[in-house]
Design a protein around this ligand. Structure first.
Ligand SMILES: *[C@@H]1O[C@H](CO)[C@@H](O)[C@H](O)[C@H]1NC(C)=O
Ligand SMILES: *[C@@H]1O[C@H](CO)[C@@H](O)[C@H](O)[C@H]1NC(C)=O
Length: 210
């Protein structure tokens, strides 16, 4: 009796995991059940990456931030976004938090040179058409390219792991039609507040027109 139920369990586990790896793609980020997230369609689900087509939508973007470090740039960018949604905008509107916070990363070309970053906030449906203006942020239609090639990872993002996850994504795309779209720049998407320690979802994204 006991042996039977264990083998049933083993079969169920095998069955479930086989299905999960075959073209189903990443699950919706946990926080997107509570927060508005941009819509996308999965075009291809590969081994350790997926290709998404996002609906073009309005985001609010910081100016280009010139910094030695991702963490420093994001802290500065996030402060601007936070002030904006708290009412520091031309309509004094309180705006709901959304996910993810998307950071465009343009790496520097030398060890002593700064990189540049743009931090982007997805505007909720309610304000998509007419996002409240701001002295610091400007509206942008994103994404600028057709497809996002995405790899997901957990934990807290920092200067070390975003670069190594970008490298891992580049590796897993080798030999596929998307290989040629990899340049130096990429984006990272964070779905959690800095205070959530569990179920953290991050993504590194290369953008492509193919
Ligand atoms: C590089 O970034 C740091 C902040 O990380 C800033 O203090 C410094 O002025 C920047 N250097 C240049 C040359 O822009
Ligand atoms: C950062 O700012 C400095 C000084 O304003 C400039 O020389 C440098 O080119 C900038 N770095 C990048 C990557 O734009």
């Amino acid at each position: 009796m006991r042996g039977t139920s264990i083998s049933v369990l083993v079969i169920l586990v095998l069955f479930c995991c086989k299905i999960n790896t075959e073209g189903k793609g990443y699950k919706e980020a946990f926080n997107c059940r509570e927060l508005e997230c941009p819509k996308y369609e999965v075009m291809h689900s590969g081994k350790q990456f997926e290709v998404r087509k996002y609906e073009v939508s309005t985001w609010m973007s910081t100016p280009t931030i010139n910094s030695t470090s991702y963490s420093d740039a994001v802290a500065r960018g996030f402060n601007m976004l936070f002030a904006y949604i708290q009412g520091n905008n031309y309509k004094s509107a309180k705006i709901e938090m959304t996910a993810p916070v998307l950071v465009d990363v343009h790496p520097s070309t030398g060890p002593f040179c700064n990189s540049t970053f743009v931090v982007n906030f997805y505007v909720p449906q309610k304000y998509q058409k007419y996002p409240p203006g701001s002295s610091q942020l400007r509206p942008a239609k994103l994404p600028r390219q057709k497809y996002g090639i995405v790899r997901r990872f957990g934990g807290f993002m920092n200067d070390g792991n975003i670069a190594s996850e970008a490298m891992a994504l580049k590796k897993s795309v080798k030999g596929t039609p998307w290989e040629s779209s990899f340049g130096k720049s990429y984006s990272v998407a964070g779905y959690n507040s800095p205070f959530e320690y569990d179920n953290r979802v991050n993504e590194v994204i290369f953008w492509s027109n193919n």
